[in-house]
Design a protein around this ligand. Structure first.
Ligand code: SF4
Ligand code: SF4
Length: 340
């Protein structure tokens, strides 16, 4: 069943939910971007519908709510270890279809790839997802080609139309709230895009042989190895560990899990002074093939959800979607197609 609500009524719904949940959504931080006087759209706690940014794509995804960029796992002294506590409230996260598909990728890595990760699982179990309808694609989106433009595994769906809020519920708690504060409307379903300005085509016969192509070489120079593409990506899951020792007692401290990037120096350093993938082009090759080859080989579906954030944040204007579209040419090169 769909419901229509005034923004005031929706704010009452959010206030009601706020007693049990911390509510997170894309939010505008004026002037908060890396570049001066440019807004940053990222996830933050919201209390009113007016705070939810629906017109612009978020520069960073919901990912940091489930996988904080820096997360204290436990505190230690010489003889004791104490687990870090988890946030008390449950969470409601507003997100678009591509990001809801990204949740499945995070679950694959942190819940089903061996033993479930304790820290991820305890946050994941607290979350309800509200799908934000997408009436139109942004310039760099390529969700349709990645098959992530549509989702129906939400707890509730949300869309602003003509200054009013339209919602659908699948979770009984949302159904009860919407029945109380909204009026029923027949046939509401969240919008989803069916075409995107950016298109990608990944060769059906993509194979590890493409690693030998010269297509990667240009990124030795163009990419500066800053890692922004990884940090903005909703499906990048790598982390490293840091032990922080307190200055007033060098035998006590805390262990933190910190987001890592396969594009930055040090990611492939190993004991004995070894380091793999020193060239930035090699790192790009690894990242691209992980996103659209290795993960699929293991799990049967692509890792990349086509959100386009990596294109949006790259300071060197390197386009991931353009690289995907070079893979056919790269395969032809390694197959020797067209050679005499
Ligand atoms: S690789 Fe780029 S387009 Fe794909 S999910 Fe990550 S940020 Fe989005
Ligand atoms: S954001 Fe751009 S420059 Fe930075 S590591 Fe990624 S591809 Fe390279």
């Amino acid at each position: 069943m769909g419901y229509r609500l005034s923004t005031d009524a929706m704010n009452q719904v959010l206030a009601e939910l706020g007693k049990q949940y911390a509510i997170y959504a894309p939010k505008c931080y004026p002037g908060g971007n890396t570049f001066s006087e440019v807004d940053c759209i990222r996830y933050g706690e919201v209390h009113t519908v007016e705070e939810i940014e629906t017109e612009r794509k978020s520069d960073y995804s919901f990912k940091e709510l489930l996988l904080p960029f820096s997360e204290t796992l436990f505190f230690f002294t010489e003889n004791t270890i104490q687990e870090a506590s988890v946030i008390e409230k449950d969470m409601v996260i507003f997100l678009r279809s591509c990001d809801l598909h990204a949740v499945r990728r995070l679950d694959e890595i942190y819940l089903r790839n061996g033993l479930p990760d304790f820290y991820y699982q305890r946050l994941r179990e607290k979350v309800q997802f509200v799908l934000i309808g997408c009436p139109a694609a942004f310039d760099s989106c390529f969700c349709v080609d990645m098959g992530t433009n549509r989702s129906d595994n939400y707890d509730a769906a949300f869309e602003l139309r003509g200054g009013q809020v339209y919602m659908a519920a699948r979770h009984p708690q949302w159904e009860a709230l919407l029945r109380q504060y909204g009026e029923p409307v027949e046939g509401f379903a969240p919008s989803y895009v069916t075409e995107t300005p950016t298109r990608v085509s990944i060769p059906a016969d993509l194979s590890p042989a493409v690693a030998k192509s010269t297509v990667w070489d240009e990124y030795d120079k163009r990419c500066i190895g800053c890692g922004r593409c990884n940090y903005a990506c909703p499906t990048c899951t790598c982390f490293t560990m840091q032990d922080i020792y307190y200055t007033d007692n060098a035998k006590a401290g805390e262990r933190r899990r910190v987001a890592a990037s396969c594009m930055v120096d040090g990611f492939t350093d190993v004991a004995g002074g070894g380091s793999y993938r020193k060239k930035h082009g090699e790192r790009m090759r690894f990242k691209v093939l992980h996103k659209v080859y290795d993960f699929k080989q293991r799990n049967g579906y692509q890792m990349c959800v086509g959100c386009g954030r990596c294109d949006d944040v790259c300071p060197e204007y390197i386009s991931f979607s353009a690289i995907l579209n070079k893979l056919e040419e790269a395969m032809q090169e390694v197959r020797g197609d067209g050679q005499q």
